[in-house]
Design a protein around this ligand. Sequence first.
Ligand code: APR
Ligand code: PHB
Length: 395
Amino acid sequence: MRTQVGIVGAGPAGLLLSHLLHRAGIASVVLERQNREHVEHRIRAGVLEQGTAELLRATGLGQRLDREGMVHRGIEIAVRARRHRIDLAGLSGGKTVTVYGQHEVVKDLIDRRLADGGDLRFEAEEVQPAGFLGETPSLSWSEHGERRELRCDFIAGCDGFHGICRPSLPAGHATELDRSYPFAWLGILAEAPPAQEELIYAHHPDGFALFSMRSPQITRLYLQCDPDEDLANWPDRRIWDELHKRLESDGGWHLKEGPILQKGITAMRSFVCEPMQAGRLFLAGDAAHIVPPTGAKGMNLAVADVRVLAAALIAYYRESRDDLLAAYSATCLRRVWKVQRFSWWMTQLLHRFPEHDAFGRHLQQAELDYVVHSEAARRSLAENYVGLPFEGAGE
Ligand code: APR
Ligand code: PHB
């Protein structure tokens, strides 16, 4: 088998890349380890930056997004029993974010790729990239027990943090930088109407909590917990009690309870692999970097990478230019590090750090106080939260 771009992973990065390439007349094949059902129901984050939503709309993926996505013009930050609104739209020249689950984006992309005749191979086992340091890259994999091979011009490693592409880089080629945090998030999905329209990021002496949503019927909630926390220690009652305590800071507002549909623990880490390319292999999305979820940036950053990669591949095929491909990693990393900085900043601002002494706690309180009361600080938060302007290759 042969194609132009061999893509590993059918998450938002791999699927969107395949879609953007198809629109430019470039062929690709997507190899995904899991089955379709699995990738379509994996609950992940759910906030789209303005630019992410615009890109989906501009490339024909806006129908369900426009119907079901919830446009948010602000968020709230709760500190010591008081809620403060950050007017995202007012502080960013009218930009907004859209709450729409990542798995909904994935469903829309899969439907669209299949309708367009796309070649998506689910349950592709033991995928192995090869030959990318030379002129003849290829991907091999097992399908129904049989070994298959795909020859291609380029490989896109969109296979997430635990994928095979990053470990396939030559030894010593890349540097991995990371930071872990002394906490995790316990997340639930509850069948309960969201008790208010906007998200609430709550700083509380017992730990961070986040109020979010997926639809007018479904609330999404998170609690800071220990990194090695066992879900067995968190019966539903304990989760709700803790959420009420941390989120219901102002009098009058009450979280609505409902059956818990899903529970999980999300680890928190920051990670970057530099460079994000080797020869004809390009890493995009979680395969190249991880951000803690506090800034709601994971999927948006994956989309930003793919935008750069698609533009570089289109320039290669249409104009025989390889300068944009050569600059891929450097172009992406400029945004990656700004988004790492913002995600780290939101995380250190809002969580309880077990190692903090009194001085550390006072600094954190002063920073929270500054953020909610200074327009300059709120503007900076808003600018980053709605998404920094997209800088194309070479800019
Ligand atoms: N072979 C084939 N597919 C693989 C392999 C492999 N060896 N390893 C992983 N995959 C698949 C996974 O099953 C998954 O479907 O690659 C896909 C990677 O998708 P994501 O993890 O969703 O990563 P990405 O597309 O970069 O999107 C980033 O996902 O984890 C969230 O917070 C993150 O929102 C961000 C988004
Ligand atoms: C979510 O709704 O899952 C969500 C929202 C905001 C975040 C992280 C996750 O910062």
